[in-house]
Design a protein around this ligand. Structure first.
Ligand code: ADP
Length: 605
């Protein structure tokens, strides 16, 4: 049994409790997990948007190249260069300022005095003329010897940790140019966010320090982005095929570029727009295009965002939750459901364990009682057998001549034989009851007469042992339908117990009364002034094998079956047998049986 308890504890209880504990722990992570899932989903959306924006930028660059090549087809490159600013603005809608420079550092265009052109030259002139190097974001495949490693594809902050610090060591670009981003999901779970904070908060893109000539290298065309007075300046350039010394280029109008990019955001698939607001953010986190015009949010804290890339450094395709509360509601209801499940699980584990423990305990007790029973019965059989053998041998050998002594010995032999018979009857009856084979022979009988007969039969035994025995029975017959032998067995068991557990107070009484409520019944009380039943054991004494006074401590022999049988017989007759302590010490057992007019003889199983 102990082994089973151990196996249960190790194989079932401990793992269940560990699982329950893990489940409880995971409850507190629910919101984070949900947000994590949601952010993975949104990351896909913002990545797709960023790719579409990159594609559109590529298309615009191709548009510029086509417009330039068309012009160069019509005229000499040097002729085109002179009026390039004016002509390009007519031919290519995104042109802000057209420029033409030579590799040796000459600026051929723009030459007009219009303010945009003057401003352009003020900001970019030195750089285009190769007189100073500048911090640029490259979109060519060329990697300069002193530039930090830049990734061709930008990724979302939440997923692609950028090693801003190491980039910083390789180049002296200005950290202030990089926008600090705290994705919204991290706010809900600051502990988790903190771990990756350093890796997530800066843009992945780092500028390289280069001269214009250096970054062109051997390429035919490309794009370069740089910040001039903290304003983004995007330049497309193309080397003239007819004259590789000449480079044509254009500053892209960001306002018009924005108009070209807006449809990508506004016409994003409806399933995205149902739950999320999509936005194209510039390098100052200002929305340049949004899918839901009236939507307001802390633009610096998108749910997730993906950088567009080197052509638009620190611009992002960003995703915002239209209803951020929905996520916490969902997390709350998941938490509640899981919480309930875990509670039910814990309750089930608790109740199950309690039931198993109680059953194990019961089985252990029963096993112990069975062992005691075997030794008790063996002892109970041995004691009368020894007396019977001893006295019968004395008589048989003719060593006792005194007739009084002979009578006394014969009396002892009779009493001990009766005791043996009682014990064996009890054991056999108990075995029959356990197998459901006990049969009663119900017939009309006068219980007053039956009780008198049984009590008087026991009187010599009691009186021989010094007992005062009082019998109080009504004279009139009390008819009930009963199995005579079974009821006689109950009475003898009760009297035998009264005798056994009486100690020095040798006083036994039998009383029979009639009561009428709730139905007419008879009550036979067997009272003694003996040891009494210990407190708390008043019901247990009716359980099989249970002994409140065990043989070791009390020295009183018994099988623990007498009262079990007596109660079962009483109940089979529609009555009961109960114990009640007596004022002044001793026990009182009340046998209650319903009074009934017998109609017919019956046999019942
Ligand atoms: P046993 O063979 O042990 O007497 P019983 O089923 O007849 O078995 O009784 C169960 C237990 O109830 C006894 O072991 C004893 O502790 C207690 N008991 C029964 N009758 C009396 C009594 N008259 N006085 C005190 N205790 C009693």
């Amino acid at each position: 049994m102990k082994k089973i308890a151990l196996v249960f504890a190790v194989a079932v209880l401990a793992p269940s409790l560990v699982l329950a504990w893990l489940a409880i722990r995971s409850l507190s992570h629910q919101q984070f997990l949900l947000e994590r899932q949601q952010s993975l989903l949104c990351q896909g959306i913002s990545d797709t948007l960023a790719r579409s924006v990159q594609d559109e930028l590529g298309n615009q660059q191709k548009g510029f190249n086509a417009a330039l090549l068309a012009l160069l087809d019509q005229r000499e490159p040097t002729q085109v260069a002179r009026s390039f600013d004016e002509v390009l603005r007519q031919k290519w809608p995104l042109a802000d300022v057209g420029f033409a420079v030579t590799f040796s550092g000459g600026i051929l265009a723009p030459t007009s005095p219009r303010p945009e052109a003057r401003k352009f030259l003020a900001g970019n002139g030195q750089f285009l003329a190769n007189r100073e190097s500048a911090e640029v974001y490259l979109n060519t495949k060329q990697v300069l010897a002193n530039s930090p490693a830049t990734s061709p594809q930008s990724k979302g902050y939440a997923q692609a940790p950028a090693d801003a610090n190491s980039a910083n060591q390789q180049s002296s670009w200005n950290v202030n140019n990089l926008r600090k981003v705290v994705p919204q999901q991290q706010l809900a779970f600051p502990q988790a966010a903190q771990v990756e904070e350093n890796q997530q908060q800066f843009s992945k893109l780092a500028p390289s320090e280069a001269e214009f000539r250096q970054l062109i290298g051997n390429d035919a065309a490309g794009a370069v982005a740089r910040f001039v007075d903290n304003k983004l300046c995007l330049l497309f350039w193309h080397v003239a095929p007819q004259n590789p010394e000449l480079v044509f280029g254009s500053q892209v109008s960001l306002t018009r570029l924005e108009q070209a990019l807006a449809p990508i955001i506004q016409q994003a698939p409806a399933q995205y727009r149902r739950e999320y607001c999509l936005a194209l953010l510039d390098d100052t986190a200002k929305p340049r295009a949004i899918s839901h015009p009236g939507f307001r949010a802390n633009w610096r804290r998108p749910f997730v965002a993906t950088e567009i890339g080197e052509m638009l450094p620190h611009w992002e395709a960003a995703v915002y939750l239209l209803d951020p509360a929905k996520l916490s509601h969902a997390a709350r209801s998941i938490k509640l459901t899981l919480g309930l499940l875990i509670t039910v699980l814990l309750l089930a584990i608790g109740v199950g364990s309690w039931l198993i423990a109680a059953d194990l305990n019961r089985q252990l007790r029963l096993a112990r009682q069975k062992t005691d029973f075997v030794s008790n019965v063996s002892h109970e059989l041995k004691t009368p057998l020894t007396s019977i053998r001893m006295f019968s041998e004395l008589l048989a050998e003719g060593r006792v001549h005194d007739p009084a002594k002979q009578r006394s010995y014969l009396g002892i032999i009779t009493a001990e034989t009766a005791r043996l018979t009682r014990l064996i009857n009890n054991v056999l009856d108990f075995a029959r009851m356990e197998r459901g084979e006990k049969k009663y022979k119900f017939e009309a009988c006068d219980f007053a007469a039956l009780a008198r007969q049984a009590a008087e039969a026991y009187r010599p035994n009691l009186e021989a042992n010094g007992f005062q025995f009082g019998i109080e029975l009504p004279d009139k017959p009390l008819m009930l339908t009963a199995d005579r032998d079974a009821l006689a067995q109950v009475i003898v068991n009760l009297l035998s117990n009264a005798e056994k557990y009486s100690n020095d107070h040798k006083q036994v009484e039998v009383e029979l009364r009639v009561a009428t409520t709730p139905l007419p019944y008879v009550e036979l009380s067997v009272r003694d002034r003996g040891l009494g039943v210990p407190p708390g054991a008043g019901e247990k004494i009716f359980e099989k094998f249970y002994r409140a006074h065990d043989s070791l401590s009390s020295g009183i022999q018994g099988s623990g079956l007498g009262l079990t049988l007596a109660r079962q017989i009483a109940r089979a007759h529609g009555g009961d047998l109960v114990y009640e302590p007596r004022d002044g010490g001793g026990s009182c057992f009340n046998l209650r049986l319903p009074l009934a007019q017998p109609t017919e003889e019956s046999e019942s199983a």
